[in-house]
Write a protein that binds this ligand. Structure first.
Ligand code: NAD
Length: 276
């Protein structure tokens, strides 16, 4: 496989995209640890894919991130790749709709998970990754570049994570490559902040309508699945495949950034200037 013997730690590995990456990396020959706050999800994963090491913890805690790195090194002897991926969404809560008495806590929850969680994973893993000249991969989002992939909390957090990507790629070179994948909307268990009562909501349960709208709006006319994303992570994790890449973002969002003004996409549909 592309990732033979690569020891990988994946945050948010218990569900959704993180779990799909975990399973794909195992088939590519990697040794995989999944770090998640849900013990139930990890038990399900490790029952179905016994090669995976499950580590229960909260990405918002430096101590938990350090313990995860330590457990991986105890079990597999080293650490080659970290995928910082655990995140929460704001379910498009607009500035106007955010309740005055919970906006403060909601901001902290979203930023502590989506931004601090990535920073602390990097902080905890950098010494081990440096020793191996390994790599760090962040899960960004269409919301790292464009509005309307969330409300202001999520969009700002994912833009911040893009800033983190660029700064860490700069600081950690040449020892650690730091790259990212920016998926578009996918039907997963993606949940929201407790402060907004969204901790047991999931993007999938609100799926029907947005999936149809997205498929109609996107140039590629489709809503990607988690399995459509995993090859991008394999490429970035590969020492040979991504040898020259750092600070890069693979946008895998169905073409949100190349929507047109007059037609969503397709040069064949483009009107002649004289027809406008
Ligand atoms: P998911 O909820 O299915 O999986 C995320 C996992 O992270 C869950 O198992 C959850 O328990 C875990 N997690 C959440 N907070 C945690 C914490 N504080 N500590 C430890 N674990 C925690 O969601 P997903 O859609 O697979 O999300 C993965 C990443 O993909 C996120 O960064 C998300 O922002 C990003 N993303 C998702 C979409 C989408 O539409 N689903 C689109 C673009 C980007």
């Amino acid at each position: 496989g592309w990732l033979d013997g690569q020891v990988t730690l994946i945050t948010g590995g218990g569900a959704g995209l993180g779990r799909a990456i975990a399973e794909r990396f195992v088939t590519e020959g990697a040794h995989v640890a999944a770090f998640d706050r849900s013990a139930t999800r990890l038990e399900r994963l490790t029952a179905e894919v016994p090669e995976v090491l499950g580590i229960v913890g909260d990405v918002r805690s430096l101590g938990d991130n350090e313990r995860a790195v330590q457990q991986v090194r105890q079990r597999f002897g080293r650490l080659d790749v970290v995928v910082a991926n655990a995140g929460i969404w704001d379910f498009q809560a607009s500035l106007d709709s955010l309740p005055a008495d919970s906006v403060d806590d909601a901001f902290d929850e979203v930023f502590h998970t989506n931004v601090k969680g990535y920073l602390l994973a990097a902080k905890a893993a950098a010494p081990a990754l440096r020793r191996r000249r390994g790599s760090l991969i962040l899960t960004l989002s269409n919301a790292s570049f464009h509005p309307d992939g969330g409300g202001p909390l999520y969009t700002a957090s994912k833009h911040a994570a893009h800033g983190l990507l660029r700064q860490l790629a700069y600081e950690l070179a040449p020892d650690i490559r730091v790259n990212a994948v920016a998926p578009g909307g996918m039907a997963t268990e993606l949940s929201g902040p407790t402060a907004l009562g969204l901790d047991s909501a999931s993007i999938s349960t609100r799926a029907g309508e947005w999936q149809d709208v997205m498929a109609r709006a996107l140039p590629l006319s489709m809503v990607p699945t988690v399995d459509d994303m995993t090859s991008a992570y394999v490429l970035l994790a590969s020492r040979a495949g991504a040898k020259a890449m750092t600070g890069a973002v693979i946008e895998a969002d169905g073409g949100i950034g190349v929507r047109g003004v007059f037609h969503r996409a397709g040069s064949g549909n483009r009107p002649a200037t004289s027809d406008l």
